[in-house]
Write a new protein. Structure first.
Length: 363
C-alpha cells in the first residue's frame, strides 16, 4: 500500500489523483452549506435582489460528484487497490464535512452517506475492470510474443538444417577408408564452409534477438555513409558493380550510434550490390527532409517480389542463395531504435529503393 501511495506522488499519478482530491475537498470546506442563495442581483424593473439565486447545496452536490474523478484516475492507474485507496481518501476527506454540517444538511444526510458507499463501490468496480483489461492486454501481448518466438524458432531451425545436413554428410563420407586426398580435402572444406555459415547465422540471430544498447553521439550521416561505402567497394568491384555516391553538403547532425547505423547501412548496401547485375550501379544519396536526414540506396536489380508476397523485413525471409534473411530485419531494428524508419519500395524504372530516415539532433 505504501508503494502505491508513493506511486501517486510521481507524475502522472500526482496530478491526476492528489490535486483534484485536494481541490474538491477545499471547495467543500470553503463553500457555505446553508440554503441561502448566492449571485442574487436586482433584475431590470425590480427594486430589490431576488431570492432565487443558486442554492449553496447545489454546489456541494456538484463537488461530491467531482470526487469520482480521482477515484476513476486511481482505479485506471492502479487497479482495484488504487480505486479502493482513492475511495478511502475521498471518504475521509468528505465525512468530516458531513458531520460538521449535519444540522445544516437535513435533506442531504442520507444522500451524503450513501454517496460514500458509492465511492467504494465505484472504486472497486472500476479498479476490477481496469485490472481485467490489463490482464487481457498482457495475455494478448504474451500470446503475440510466443507466436513471434515460435516463428523465429521455426525459421532458425529451417536455416540451421541445411548446413548441418552438409556437415553430417561430409563427416559420414570421411569415415570411409581409402578416400583419395583430393576428395578428403574437399569434404573438409565443406565442413569448414558450412561451419562458418552456421557461425554467421548464429551471430546474426543473436544480434537480432539481443540487440546491444546504443551509444549515441552527435554524428554526420554523410561520414557514416562514406565509411560504409568504403567497406563494400571491394565486394562490389568483384561483382562488377560500381557504387555512385551523391552526398548532400551541410546535413544536420543526428544523435546516433555510428557503428550501429553503419551496420544497418552496410546490410542494405550489400543487399543492393548483390541484387545488381554484372556491370550495374548502385546509387547512394543523402538528403535533408524537414526534421530528418535520409540515406537513399537504389539498385537496378530485379526489384521486390511481385505482389509483395513476403515482407522483406520479416526474419528469415530471403531469396538469395546462402542468405540468412536477417540482414534487413537487423537494419530496421537498428534504425527504429534511433527513432527513425526504413522503407523498401520498387524504384521507378526497375530495381529497389531503400530509404533510411533518422531524426536530426535538436539545436
Amino acid at each position: 500500500m505504501g508503494g502505491l501511495v508513493r506511486g501517486w506522488l510521481r507524475p502522472p499519478g500526482r496530478w491526476l489523483i492528489v490535486a483534484p482530491w485536494l481541490a474538491i475537498t477545499a471547495l467543500h470546506y470553503v463553500t457555505p452549506a446553508g440554503h441561502g442563495a448566492h449571485m442574487g442581483h436586482a433584475m431590470p424593473g425590480m427594486d430589490h435582489a431576488p431570492e432565487a439565486g443558486i442554492p449553496w447545496p447545489v454546489f456541494h452536490d456538484l463537488y461530491r460528484r467531482l470526487y469520482y474523478l480521482p477515484i476513476l484516475a486511481a482505479a485506471l492507474l492502479s487497479g482495484l487497490r488504487g480505486g479502493l485507496l482513492a475511495a478511502t481518501a475521498v471518504s475521509l476527506a468528505y465525512l468530516p464535512h458531513v458531520v460538521h454540517r449535519w444540522a445544516e444538511l437535513p435533506t442531504q444526510r442520507q444522500d451524503a452517506l450513501f454517496e460514500i458507499v458509492l465511492y467504494f463501490g465505484s472504486g472497486a468496480l472500476l479498479g476490477s475492470l481496469a485490472e481485467s483489461i490489463r490482464r487481457q492486454r498482457e495475455a494478448l501481448l504474451h500470446a503475440d510474443q510466443l507466436r513471434g518466438a515460435g516463428e523465429m524458432a521455426a525459421g532458425m531451425a529451417h536455416e540451421v538444417r541445411n548446413p548441418l545436413a552438409g556437415i553430417t554428410g561430409a563427416a559420414m563420407r570421411l569415415k570411409r577408408d581409402g578416400l583419395p586426398d583430393p576428395e578428403r580435402q574437399e569434404l573438409l572444406d565443406i565442413i569448414g564452409r558450412e561451419g562458418a555459415r552456421l557461425e554467421g547465422l548464429l551471430r546474426e540471430f543473436l544480434a537480432y534477438a539481443r540487440p546491444a544498447p546504443l551509444t549515441r553521439m552527435p554524428a554526420d550521416l554523410n561520414a557514416v555513409v562514406g565509411e560504409t561505402i568504403a567497406l563494400v567497394t571491394s565486394t562490389a568491384a568483384r561483382r562488377g558493380v560500381t557504387v555512385a555516391p551523391t552526398l548532400a553538403p551541410g546535413l544536420a547532425l543526428t544523435a546516433m550510434d555510428p557503428a550501429r547505423v553503419k551496420q544497418a547501412l552496410l546490410n542494405l548496401l550489400l543487399n543492393a550490390v548483390q541484387a545488381s547485375p554484372d556491370g550495374g550501379a548502385v546509387e547512394v544519396m543523402t538528403r535533408s527532409a524537414g526534421r530528418t536526414v535520409e540515406a537513399v540506396i537504389r539498385d537496378r536489380g530485379s526489384g521486390l517480389a511481385p505482389g509483395g508476397a513476403a515482407d522483406p523485413f520479416q526474419p528469415f525471409t530471403t531469396t538469395k542463395p546462402g542468405g540468412t534473411g536477417l540482414g534487413l530485419p537487423i537494419a530496421r531494428q537498428i534504425v527504429e531504435a534511433h527513432g527513425g524508419g526504413v522503407t523498401l519500395t520498387a524504384a521507378p524504372g526497375g530495381g529497389t529503393l531503400a530509404v533510411v530516415r533518422l531524426p536530426v539532433t535538436a539545436r
